[in-house]
Design a protein around this ligand. Structure first.
Ligand code: ADP
Length: 198
């Protein structure tokens, strides 16, 4: 299966699904699946802090001193420090507790709030990892549906952000997002989505 998939959304936006390391991204912003402390952690959070260098942690510490810990579903921005991306948007996904604790709403809020900040920062492009599907245990097929629906709905009205790239770390996660995209297209014929050759 091709690992770089591109879809046209509405009149001028695109969603891409790729397998890669998000720290290598050249989009204007990348999103960090952070934890509430904002002080770094494992998984994608650890990788982003390692690649960005100590200046990223310093900014996170300042934000934490000003506003305390970051609740799930919210997002804050910093510069990209040593990364190619200009900005890192830090959001805290929900920990999976079986699906009855507002996990889908909180996860959708992560994507919406990150996109809202990226638009405020005048970004044209943003990369997301698969938020919550690592250490936080959210089942990847369910998370992929929430992620893609939220992003595709957001892109129906083009704003500053016109490219959303999902940077997925392994083929299992990439497959789940591909399946979720096809399901979204079938279930929501009103959404303007079509595959585009690269
Ligand atoms: P969470 O705590 O939100 O579950 P994790 O970092 O544990 O976050 O995992 C989220 C997803 O990010 C998982 O699919 C994991 O494989 C993936 N991931 C880990 N490192 C990277 C990376 N460098 N680039 C992109 N995705 C990554």
């Amino acid at each position: 299966m091709a690992s770089h998939l591109r879809y046209r959304i509405g009149t001028k936006s695109h969603v891409e699904l790729i397998i890669s390391d998000i720290t290598d991204e050249t989009t204007d912003a990348i999103v960090n699946a952070a934890n509430s402390t904002l002080l770094g952690g494992g998984g994608v959070d650890g990788a982003i802090h390692r690649a960005a260098g100590p200046a990223l942690l310093e900014q996170c510490k300042k934000i934490r001193a000003q506003r305390g810990s970051l609740p799930p579903g919210q997002a804050v921005s910093t510069s990209g420090a040593k990364l190619t991306a200009k900005y890192v948007i830090h959001t805290v996904g929900p920990v999976w507790h079986g699906g009855e604790a507002n996990e889908p709403e909180t996860l959708a809020s992560c994507y919406r709030e990150s996109l809202r900040l990226a638009n405020e920062l005048k970004c044209a492009s943003i990369s997301f990892p698969s938020i919550s599907t690592g250490a936080f245990g959210y089942p990847v097929h369910d998370a992929a549906q929430v992620a893609l629906r939220t992003v595709v709905e957001h892109l129906q009205q083009p704003r500053s952000v016109i490219l959303v790239r999902f940077v997925l770390f392994d083929s299992r996660t990439h497959d789940a997002y591909k399946v979720a995209f096809e399901k979204l297209r079938k279930d929501s014929p009103g959404l303007q989505v079509r595959s585009e050759p690269l």
